[in-house]
Design a protein around this ligand. Structure first.
Ligand code: XMP
Length: 513
């Protein structure tokens, strides 16, 4: 999305894990924010016409050889600057203050004492707790700066040059452990940068709708629906913008969870009245998967078949020029730092190749996941879709160890449904990154009534995670585990045992295949 109409603040990324979090927090203060590499030339920064700049934290010491530095011209642009942690030390160093490497490492929650008359700490108590994580400290602020707060380990925890509108904080206002951090950011955004809090869901939607209309004109648009939140929100947005020019294609590979296909029809066709092509392709997929046990081959077969089906449908919609993709901002953030040089590949909804003949429409490309959810709620999408846990493209096929057959799919689908119901009933669904059932390729002996059984176990997998890169197994209360176990064993034929996966990632992965 082009975001010309919003005041914007740029976050210069000095290689911290916090840059994204800072940008998200700024947006929570209703100011549009983007991340740029720290080495972005001052002229390029000026061209973006930001109303403020934030220097993020970073893992290096300002005295290290090759420590990342911004274009010095940045300080002469007359744009308000806030430095955080490493950014704070950098400002001190670049403008003639003194930073010292101390043996005393300040880490964790620390009490900070402020002076009267600070702009950043305006209307906040003089004593507050802040979150610190640093080795070096600013010991003298540069000339022209006032030192407005200190802690035991940081003689200059906050410094301010009101005339040049340059500010620095040693602590991390963006983390939840700094309880008044958002107020401090707001003071910078509203009082130093004069930003208007206009980045609201309603105005974001209006803006996106206008842009989709401008891009598409009278053209026809196709959108692949996966059942996930990104493609769902993108579809409803595009529909709001161009109505019947949009056709959604839902390739149902038969590897979805219970009730999911019906929900897609209910929501998009019946509720939003969107043109929907629902391709019921379970048989095709099962045929191709017959006898296949290797996880990567399963993925490949499903991916290839998915594209084939989609292309067949697209052929029938030959006058369509545009394809909607649910690309999000984190997918396209470029980090210019040497250590973290990366441009994440755009991942496509449903794994469609880029060489399809379409022009791409990517209405969510400026948004973070939590903003996508908020837009979805604002557009009236049901909670089950907006807050759906991530679900892999190859679906239940990678949760069935060994061969995928209709019978085994049915067992897993029912077990998964019980898990989902009980997790939701216990109020745990949103707190868990994912919670689901896995069907392994083993059977064990059991007894039911007077009968000996020889049946599958179901493995319960539930994890907490921030981003799926790492995950911890979830501590589900015993009574919830008991209900799941009882129901799965009693209600599902072919299952006689429930086991709990208590492995974290790494070294395990979230999925079993
Ligand atoms: P793992 O199992 O690698 O999963 O810890 C990390 C996250 O990725 C999801 N996942 C997939 N998503 N296609 C997808 O679209 C896949 O083949 C796939 N494999 C894993 C998984 O559910 C978790 O959220």
């Amino acid at each position: 999305m082009d975001v010309q109409n919003f005041d914007r603040v740029l976050v210069l990324d000095f290689g911290a894990q916090y840059a994204q979090l800072i940008a998200r927090r700024v947006r929570e203060c209703k100011v549009y924010s983007e991340i740029v590499p720290y080495a972005t030339p001052a002229a390029d920064i000026a061209e973006k016409e930001p109303k403020g700049l934030i220097f993020s934290g970073g893992p290096r010491s300002v005295y290290e050889e090759g420590a990342p530095r911004p274009d010095p011209g940045i300080f002469d642009l007359g744009i308000p600057i806030l430095g955080i942690c490493y950014g704070h030390q950098l400002i001190a160093r670049e403008l003639g203050g003194e930073v010292r490497s101390t043996d005393f490492r300040e880490y964790g929650r620390v009490e900070m004492q402020a002076e009267e008359g600070s702009l950043l700490l305006k209307e906040l108590p003089l004593t507050q707790n802040v979150w610190m994580s640093h080795g070096d400290s600013v010991v003298h602020a540069p000339g022209g700066f006032t030192e407005t707060a200190h802690t035991a380990g940081s003689p200059v925890a906050v410094m301010e040059n009101r005339e040049r509108s340059i500010y620095g904080v040693q602590f991390h206002p963006e983390v939840a452990h700094t309880p008044l951090g958002m107020d401090i950011l707001k003071n910078f955004l509203y009082h130093a940068c004069d930003c208007l809090p206009a980045w609201t869901m309603v105005s974001i939607i209006e803006q996106m709708v206008e842009e989709i209309q401008a891009q598409a004109g009278n053209g026809k648009i196709i959108c692949g629906l996966s059942g996930g939140v990104d493609s769902a929100v993108a579809a409803v947005l595009v529909h709001k913008a161009v109505g019947d020019q949009l056709t959604c294609v839902f390739v149902d590979h038969g590897l979805l969870r219970k009730g999911e296909a019906e929900q897609v029809e209910d929501t998009f066709q019946r509720h939003f009245k969107i043109n929907l092509v629902h391709v019921k392709a379970q048989e095709r997929f099962l045929e191709r998967l017959a006898g296949v046990t290797d996880p990567e081959r399963k993925r490949k077969i499903i991916g290839t078949e998915f594209i084939r089906v989609f292309e067949e449908v697209a052929k029938d919609l030959e006058d369509a020029q545009f394809l909607v993709q649910g690309t999000l901002y984190p997918d396209i953030i470029e980090s210019g730092t040497k250590d973290a040089a990366r441009i994440k590949s755009h991942h496509n909804v449903g794994g469609l190749p880029d060489d399809l003949r379409f022009q791409l429409v990517e209405p969510l490309r400026a948004l973070f996941k939590d903003e996508v959810r908020a837009v979805g709620e604002e557009l009236g999408l049901p909670e089950e879709i907006v807050w759906r846990q991530p679900f892999p493209g190859p679906g239940l096929a990678v949760r069935i160890i060994g061969e995928v057959t209709e019978e085994r799919l049915e067992i897993l689908r029912e077990a998964d449904d019980v898990v989902m119901q009980e997790i939701k009933k216990a109020g745990l669904y949103r707190d868990l990154w994912q919670s689901f059932a896995v069907l392994p390729a083993i059977r064990s002996v059991g007894v039911m009534g007077d009968e000996r059984t020889y049946a599958y176990p179901i493995i319960l997998r539930a994890v907490v995670s921030e981003d799926a890169m790492t995950a911890d197994w979830a501590r589900i209360p015993y009574d919830v585990l008991e209900r799941i176990s009882n129901r799965v064993i009693n209600e599902i034929r072919g299952v006689n045992r429930v086991a709990l996966d208590i492995s974290s990632k790494p070294p395990a992965t979230i999925e079993w295949e």
